[in-house]
Design a protein around this ligand. Structure first.
Ligand code: PLP
Length: 415
């Protein structure tokens, strides 16, 4: 009785939420869209879409330097987002929030400023086996430039980092430890607090790639004591091509700027330029004003529902999908860590992941196939890629049933 009541309430809740996402109303190939590519990017609620339209139709203006009404209104909305992100991450101050193009841009910023200024030949950077290319390549480029050494925390076949091996990699030479919080390819949630604590014991600075974590896990940067954290708005029901870097003030203060231009300066003469204060020192040029403003709407949207409530719903979907997919013979789940976000990767005997994607698309089901920008991880697992379904607040168990039916069809058609 209790249980039935809980399920009815739950379905109601999701049905209400689905109405906020106009894109979900459409049919693809004559079938209702089932959108399971949320780890690539989440869909946007109409509140976020409206925030973009409102800005462009009501108060589009360049920010910070204007004294007219529209410029002041745009500046104020823009800076409100900075405060909202600081609250969302529990940063001590909104000065510690730098707007970026997203997670990739944030990591590149740290590599090109902190890395450039404070690392030298022989210094070591530690990442993990399950990093997205965006948390590998910037460090490799830095290593090439500076003669640093990149070390990689190995992982078990289940997709969990081998923490004993991490201990062995750490030394006085370790200067940066940069690890993904939640893996986009496996769903694994890494023991990030322990990783940070251990890095700090050797005096290393830490960076967390929180691209996949922000929509599923409550993050408190002060409690984690993380030095840098990068996020992308589009993984969190916000716009693409924008995000934020959190950095501890003491570190951001001593880092040189990266991109030069307007906005990041205090005074420019032909002889010398002095730089603006935090966080503007790192924000050269006219920013992505509309998308920054719309991110605040996305954060409000998430907080109004409740991040914890969303996470609980997604966990239920993950458990249901895991059980359901295990019932398909010849299907193997890739990534079976004890702690996972709502990402489920799998391979099927005798079928290429891409063919699965094509057959599912014909049935209106959007999943992701391939290496998920984690080629070294795929090499570690000895596979070319996986099929990946990833769930968000608006997904339902009925949609997972649709996926299972679709996979049975794929088997019938392709084998
Ligand atoms: C774990 C992880 N890190 C980094 C990124 C890069 O994010 P962006 O493309 O928004 O910079 C992604 C995007 O898929 C990701 O999943």
């Amino acid at each position: 009785m209790e249980r039935t009541k809980a399920i009815i309430m739950h379905q109601d809740f999701v049905e209400q939420i689905r109405k906020d996402f106009p894109i979900l109303e459409q049919k693809i190939n004559g079938k209702p869209l089932i959108y399971f590519d949320n780890a690539a990017t989440t869909q946007k609620p109409k509140q976020v879409i409206d925030a973009l339209t409102d800005y462009y139709s009501g108060y589009n203006a360049n920010i910070h330097r204007g004294i007219h009404h529209l410029a002041e209104k745009a500046t104020s909305a823009f800076e409100e987002t900075r405060k909202a992100i600081a609250r969302f991450l529990n940063a001590e101050s909104s000065d510690e929030i730098v707007f970026t193009y997203g997670t990739t841009d944030g990591i590149n910023l740290v590599a090109n400023t902190y890395g450039e200024a404070f690392l030298s030949e022989g210094d070591e950077i530690i990442i993990s086996t399950m990093e997205h290319h965006s948390n590998i390549v910037p460090w490799q480029m830095l290593c090439e430039k500076k003669g640093c050494v990149l070390k990689v925390i190995p992982m078990s076949d289940a997709g969990e980092l081998l923490m004993d091996e991490y201990d062995k990699l750490l030394s006085e030479r370790t200067k940066i430890v940069s690890v993904v919080y939640a893996s986009n390819a496996l769903g694994t949630v890494n023991p990030i607090r322990e990783i940070i604590e251990k890095a700090h014991a050797y005096g290393a600075v830490t960076l967390v790639d929180a691209a996949q974590a922000t929509s599923h896990i409550r993050i408190d940067v002060q409690d984690l004591d993380v030095d840098f954290l990068c996020m992308s708005a589009h993984k969190l029901y916000g716009p693409t091509g924008m995000g934020a870097l959190y950095g501890k003030r003491a570190l951001l203060d001593k880092m040189p700027p990266w991109r030069g231009g307007g906005e990041m300066i205090k005074e420019v003469t032909f002889a010398k330029t002095t730089y603006n204060e935090l966080p503007y020192k790192f924000e050269a040029g006219t920013p992505n004003i509309a998308d920054v403003i719309a991110l605040k709407t996305a954060l409000d949207y998430v907080e109004n529902i409740g991040l914890e409530k969303i996470a609980a719903h997604e966990q239920e979907l993950l458990d249901y999908a895991t059980e359901s997919l295990k019932g398909i013979s010849g299907l193997k789940i890739v990534g079976e860590a004890a702690d996972k976000v709502s990402v489920i990767s799998f391979v099927m005997d005798g079928i290429h992941p891409q063919d699965i994607g094509v057959i599912l698309d014909q049935q209106g089901i959007a999943i992701r196939t391939g290496h998920h920008c984690t080629q070294p991880l795929m090499q570690r697992l000895g596979i070319v890629g996986t099929s990946r379904a990833s769930f968000a607040v608006y997904n339902t168990k009925a949609e997972i049933d649709g996926l299972v039916a679709g996979l049975h069809k794929a088997k019938k058609f392709l084998l």
